[in-house]
Structure formats: structure tokens, C-alpha cells
Design a protein. Structure first.
Length: 212
């Protein structure tokens, strides 16, 4: 167990104990914007967990946005994140994504930016109430997929806080205690290059190798 602090309604400092299995780390990522002739880029948004990249059409049909974790994810200090992306890293992102979409090698890099991504051990969010800590609910560690699923998770966590379940998505598989229970979320039939620990009978369909 580890201890953290918070202020109560009267400004008094109080300590709470949380389980060390509730792990969220901040990893370095990079995004490249490439320009190309029409038809060279991608036509759909795609996340590829094998190469660790994602890409989608950008703008007028002559551009593609490509993102990826740098060097398989470097844990970074949020107070010391670089404000610009170096050219070598952007080239690396594009070359890695081209393993899935080879025509991207024909594109020219027009710009890019650094970023961060909050990651959990199984790359899935930690959402729900925390055992043995009454009143605390989490919705953290969305691992790059939060833009699409946060609305549903936010509603589901709100219903838990209110003490009701009806009308909300079932987020029990993402409960914060699942890692301690040895039940990480993963595909029933993982790709050979994925970590074996991510394979679990508790699969909810979130773990496909390529999602679009």
C-alpha cells in the first residue's frame, strides 16, 4: 500500500491508502503530420497495437496524421515534457506506421508535435470504485483511447457515484481492482507479439490488434 494526501472541506490534510496495483504512468509520444498525393494516405482511422502507432486522414485528403509512442514508451515527468518534436523521431514514427500502411513512405513530413499518453499495465482504463476506500471512484488511464470512450465511461462512473446502474454501460471489467485480481483486460486470442499477460478470459472485445 502507498499513501497519498488530500485536503478535506475544512482545509485539513488527511491521508488515504491506495493499492500499488493502481498504476498509471505517463509515456512519451510523438505525432507527425505528412502530406502526399491523393490516394497515398489512409482512408480510415486505425490504432495498431502491434506497431504501437495510430493514424487517420487529416484535412483535405492530401494529409495523414500519424502518432506513436517513442521507443516503445519512455516514462516521462509531466513537468518536463519537450515542447517540440525532433525530426529523427518523426521519421521513426512514420517508418514504424508504414509497416502497416506502406504507402506512407511516399509522404513528406510537414510538421509534428510531442505529447504524452497516460498508460496502464494492460493499456485499458481504470474505472469504477476503489475497494476499501469508500467514496473514491476513478476514471483514469485511458491509454490513448479516451477520446472515443470517455463519454460512456463518464456517464457510467457518475451512475456508480449516485448509487444506481440503470442506463449506463457495464464498466465492471475495467474496475481498478482487476490488476490485483490477476484479470487484466486483453484479447481472447492475442497476436503472437503481444505480452502473454494481456491474454485473459475476461476479454471484452477491446483488445483487437487493429481497431478502426
Amino acid at each position: 500500500m502507498w499513501e497519498t494526501g488530500s485536503d478535506d472541506s475544512r482545509g485539513r490534510r488527511r491521508s488515504v491508502h491506495m493499492n500499488p496495483d493502481i498504476i498509471v504512468v505517463l509515456e512519451s509520444s510523438r505525432v507527425a503530420i505528412v502530406r502526399h498525393r491523393r490516394g497515398v494516405g489512409v482512408s480510415v482511422a486505425c490504432t495498431d497495437v502491434i506497431t504501437g502507432t495510430y493514424f487517420r486522414p487529416e484535412g483535405d485528403g492530401f494529409g495523414t496524421l500519424i502518432g506513436g509512442r517513442r521507443d516503445n514508451g519512455i516514462i516521462v515527468d509531466p513537468d518536463h515534457v519537450r515542447d517540440s518534436a525532433d525530426p529523427e523521431t518523426l521519421v521513426q514514427v512514420v517508418e514504424t506506421a508504414s509497416r502497416r500502411a506502406p504507402t506512407l513512405l511516399e509522404a513528406a513530413i510537414a510538421g509534428g508535435t510531442p505529447g504524452t499518453c497516460d498508460m496502464t499495465p494492460d493499456s485499458r482504463p481504470l474505472s469504477g470504485t476503489v475497494p476499501d476506500l469508500d467514496g473514491l471512484a476513478l476514471a483514469v488511464g485511458f491509454s490513448g483511447m479516451g477520446v472515443k470512450i470517455c463519454p460512456a465511461f463518464g456517464e457510467a462512473v457518475a451512475t456508480l457515484i449516485e448509487g444506481r446502474r440503470e442506463g449506463a454501460a457495464d464498466i465492471r471489467p475495467s474496475r481498478p481492482s482487476r490488476l490485483e485480481e490477476g484479470l487484466p483486460i486483453g484479447p481472447e486470442f492475442p497476436y503472437a507479439s503481444e505480452e502473454p499477460a494481456l491474454a485473459s478470459s475476461s476479454s471484452t472485445g477491446w483488445g483487437e490488434g487493429v481497431r478502426n
